[in-house]
Design a protein around this ligand. Sequence first.
Ligand SMILES: *Cc1c(COP(=O)(O)O)cnc(C)c1O
Length: 380
Amino acid sequence: MTARLDTLLVHAGALHPRPEGAVVTPIFRSANYEAGEEGAADEVRYVRYSNTPNHRVLGARLAAAEGGEAGLVTASGMAAISATLMSALSAGDHLLCQSGVYGGTTSLMLRHLPRWGIEVTFVDLDAPETWAAALRPRTRMFYAESVSNPHMRVGALDKVVSFCQAQGLTSVIDNTFLSPALFQPLPFGFDVVVHSATKLLNGHSDLSAGAIIADAARVEAARRTLNHLGGSLDPDACGMLERGLKTLTLRAQRQSASALTLAHRLRVHPKVRRVFTPGLPDDPGYDRASAWFRGAGPCLSVELRDLPTAMGLVGGVKVFTHAASLGGVESLIVRPARSTHAHFTPEERAALGVTDTLARLSVGVEDVEDLWDDLAAALG
Ligand SMILES: *Cc1c(COP(=O)(O)O)cnc(C)c1O
């Protein structure tokens, strides 16, 4: 299909002919499938092998949306990330990773990969001149995120792509904070895109899922690894994720626009010290985001004047919910120091710039004036 993104999100990969004429992909709630002809080389079809009709439709749809050759859905974002790393890396290999990536990813790289003989070096995504010194003879991969949490930084992603092409590394990017509605890393030059589909892709905070999109060989390698790691997505969740994806652009555009409106107003609020989003012209990521993205995404962070203000905001909101996670239709707010970054020591948090007075917002699709009234009232 040579259609455009919004059409692909609704139709790409759909079953033909439609089973029983069904307009929506039916959920095939069968764990196992009848075998092919005796002696045929066809692979057994089984939910854990991620090769049932619902898996194949979703994989094709996500591939089309990200502009990739193939796609694979998984049981969580971490299942997608672990399958990607473990299918591409072996004992003795080394990878470069943007410092400050998602906590679960950081833990996987620091606590688990070394036990299997895979070493990681964390690098500053804004200091490309330091990357070459971190290379080793068996450096295989560079892992980055399209927008970092909680300061919403946009790194030198163009330099990551050119560095990986020059050095023969596989470039992997976690595109959870933007989704293909706002940024497509594969046409940009990355080799592999991973997602927590729990967030913006599904958009309704009612399931756990992940995704890998890349060329067919890499996706097939990840699928064969996932077959044995066991993180396949249940067909019911496939059906729900397929439904969520159809409205991705509508949600992502609206959420980005509302987040930017709130950012402009928070920026001049007397109780706010600083607002972090690459959507604001005075943010260091503004030029990159303007050139590469179609919106800054649903998230922004605010540095409040003092701790009582930060606690009053998070505890006083009524339309926003005080909860972690992001990208859903409902607005959420957390203090990263007490949630996403609670497992770091105070010194580590200080090094990352995660203060006790920082709050992160994920803006949903509610009326932006109600969201603003809510924040303004809680700020007092
Ligand atoms: C939430 C998240 C993950 C992990 O996804 P799960 O679906 O919770 O496993 C990975 N990367 C980013 C950027 C995330 O926000």
